[in-house]
Design a protein around this ligand. Structure first.
Ligand code: NAP
Length: 337
């Protein structure tokens, strides 16, 4: 079936795919991969972290739609959840909190699917999913066999994993999580979140209130998809926060030690201080009016416009600070520069 990919990405851009398959369960996903043989495959979840070229994709696009949820609850060790890769991430967070399980609350409102989450080890406000993942079940396109990874084998790092390091090789089918029972969070380490909760950094908070606070912060930053607000039609943060040596971090920029001599700084700070402003436009594309890290399609952008604006941002930061911003968004059929 031929399909217009702009209907399946949150940036609302992307040309056609001649072969588009929506796979509703594991067997359908594997059958679609095997039928594609050695031809290129693009795995799509909810299309929230991808920029697809205006010429589309010249192979098979498989939309992962298996959203099976299974939970085993133990009064002592909490809950073990087996979640299909196609389940919506935030639905899982909401359900886990409703059922009295703690851990995922600071990861509220991140767009995307459960299957995409371990690939870049999603994280926010002091927690990453690597803390909660027990196993990741995949299909290995190289050996043409199922392969399950333990947490350690996932090689999780900041927005990174073995899956990201081997692009196209592993298709995530299911993720197993372990969550504790509890009404309180771990100590809150992020000042912005502590302020929103009305507590001091280092204090614990109510899990439900923490989810609500994270959703409010994300909403203010335009990082919650809102169908009635074109300023949120983006792929979230376009660039990752750079981890660099201390001498590269400009005076006044935030810096957080990584424990290995390197420091993480804020991509948003670098962008704003390199002369790029909120709302700045290039053809149909625009920097979000709420957060410089998001590049949006307020209506009529082409993928090429978004890529060109991203390139302007990357060039401005490189020129001013000598730091290379790395896209967090997956680029399909186009490059920056
Ligand atoms: P932000 O809160 O302005 O933070 C900018 C940078 O400062 C990030 O690298 C953040 O690290 C770091 N930082 C802030 N407070 C820190 C603390 N107390 N200790 C250590 N590091 C600290 O960033 P934002 O763009 O508005 O995003 C808000 C949160 O959502 C961040 O945690 C960000 O990472 C997360 N986020 C995640 C994804 C994803 O998983 N794909 C996408 C967008 C945003 P961290 O990045 O380690 O938090």
């Amino acid at each position: 079936m031929s399909e217009d990919l702009s209907k399946h990405t949150t940036l609302r851009v992307g040309g056609p795919a001649n072969n588009f398959i929506k796979a509703a369960n594991e067997a359908e996903i594997i059958a679609a991969i095997e039928a594609a043989g050695d031809n290129p495959i693009l795995i799509l979840g909810s299309g929230s972290n991808v920029l697809i070229s205006d010429t589309g994709f010249p192979g098979t696009v498989i939309q992962i739609a298996n959203n099976k949820v299974a939970a085993e609850v133990d009064a002592c060790s909490g809950a073990t959840l087996n979640i299909g890769a196609g389940e919506n991430w935030d639905d899982l967070v909401a359900t886990s909190i409703e059922r009295g399980w703690a851990g995922l609350e600071t990861l509220s409102g991140i767009p995307g699917t459960v299957g995409a989450a371990p690939i870049q080890n999603i994280g926010a406000y002091g927690h990453e999913i690597s803390e909660f993942v027990m196993r990741v079940r995949t299909y290995d396109r190289q050996t043409k066999a199922l392969k399950t990874f333990t947490n350690q084998e996932c090689e999780f790092a900041y927005r990174d994993s073995v899956f990201k390091k081997n692009p196209g090789r592993y298709v995530v089918l299911e993720v197993q999580f372990n969550l504790r029972r509890g009404e309180l969070t771990d100590p809150i380490t992020y000042a912005e979140l502590a302020t929103e909760l009305g507590i001091e950094v280092g204090q614990k908070a109510d899990v439900i209130k923490t989810r609500e606070a994270v959703l409010r912060i994300r909403d203010r930053k335009g990082m919650l998809l809102n169908p009635s607000d074109p300023d949120t039609f983006s792929a979230g943060s376009f660039f990752t926060n750079p981890i660099v040596s201390e001498n590269l971090i400009p005076e006044g920029a935030p810096k957080y030690p990584q424990g290995d001599g390197t420091f993480k700084t804020s991509a948003a700070w670098l962008i704003e201080n390199s002369g790029i402003s909120r709302g700045q436009k290039f053809n149909g594309a625009a920097i979000s009016g709420k957060h410089v890290l998001a590049i949006t399609n307020p209506g009529n952008a082409k993928a090429a416009d978004i890529a060109a604006l991203a390139m302007q941002v990357k060039d401005a930061v490189k020129l001013k600070f000598g730091i290379d911003l790395v896209p967090e968004v997956n680029l399909v059929g186009l490059t920056l520069g």
